[in-house]
Design a protein around this ligand. Structure first.
Ligand code: FES
Length: 111
């Protein structure tokens, strides 16, 4: 599939989590300064919907369910988090956010 337009950059606020469906798959997008980060909608820990449990602040994403945290620009886990955040490659083009969407990114969950 390759690069797909996700939304207008104006639809994405710093500190906000915007959920958008692309090819029937939900993707969350947020803004960190001048850059945009797009990632799967469920927490890597126990699949909580990050649109509800996620908080973005100071370049970090926190799932408030069990306080797993990630650095948004790199997806690196911080604190208690044991898995990295998966994310889609993003580029900004003519005021729109595009993602490289080859396939849906999902996590392996232990039972
Ligand atoms: S479900 Fe998100 S931290 Fe546990």
């Amino acid at each position: 599939m390759g690069w797909q337009r996700l939304c207008s950059a104006q639809e994405v606020a710093t500190g906000g989590l915007t959920g958008i469906e692309i090819q029937g798959v939900k993707v969350l997008v947020t803004r960190v300064g001048d850059t945009f980060v797009a990632f799967p909608p469920l927490c890597p820990h126990m699949a909580e919907p990050l649109e509800i449990s996620g908080v973005c602040a100071d370049g970090m994403l926190t799932c408030t369910k069990h306080i797993w945290q990630w650095e948004l620009q790199s997806g690196e886990p911080r604190g208690e988090a044991e898995k990295p955040l998966l994310y889609y490659p993003v580029r900004l083009q003519d005021g729109d956010v595009w993602i490289d969407f080859e396939r849906e990114l999902t996590y392996d969950y232990d039972d």
